[in-house]
Design a protein around this ligand. Sequence first.
Ligand code: ZN
Ligand code: FE
Ligand code: FE
Ligand code: ZN
Length: 274
Amino acid sequence: MTITMKVDYHLHTARCGHAAGTMADYVAAAAAGGLKEIGFADHFPLELLGYTPQEQVNMAPGELAAYIAEVQWWQKKAPLPVRLGAEVDFLPGREKITAAVLAAYDFDYLIGSVHFLGDWDFTHPAYQERFQEVNIDRLYEQYFALIQQLAQSRLFQVVGHLDVIKKFAYFPRADWSLLVEETCQILKAGEICVEVNTAGWYAPAGEVYPGLSLLRRCRQLGIPVTLGSDAHRPQDVGRDLERALQLLAELGFREIATFAGGQCRLQPLVLNRS
Ligand code: ZN
Ligand code: FE
Ligand code: FE
Ligand code: ZN
């Protein structure tokens, strides 16, 4: 049994305030799990982008330098390659400040994510009642409009949990295939990679992010994919990567995107199982 592309580019740490474990714990878990490469992608400080959320769900601005220094330390000490990333909120209207702030750092890659619609952190369990007050089909349109802007901004190498709007299992009622099509065309044009995020299997939605209709269209359009567990606990490092690789192989994907120095490199997804 050979499975080579067990890479996990979406790891958080206790620094963001809602995850557990030190970087040492995550590195140890990755090594024990036989991962090929990992990347830390903790939540980038929103205050640096000029936004103050209701709940503190990101690193504090004062944590960023220590976060980067600690990843760099592990790049020298860890028994596997470690990349420096961050998960950055895409905040519409703040593209210029986001670009200016990010330009000061040498990240290997950046994951752009949408967690907010207006001031609603719709991924936060504390605010999930709001899903019952809104039109879900309109909500998907609003959410994917932001994803499209994210791709067009060219601020990020990766789009995180592409359909996280489904997290609490509110799925569209109307046919949304045109929205899928339009979004995938814009992802393709924006030359951005799509993260296959295994945390979706453990959310109320019970589906990988992104779901099959999006993944199939990504495959047809040749949009590159990468992998992340979105681990907020060391024991979740690399969770279900083999399941994700199996799914991708079945859908016809042949490569996985890896990252270093802000560049994306496609490597063969090898999966020989007997
Ligand atoms: Zn988080
Ligand atoms: Fe996220
Ligand atoms: Fe995350
Ligand atoms: Zn995330």
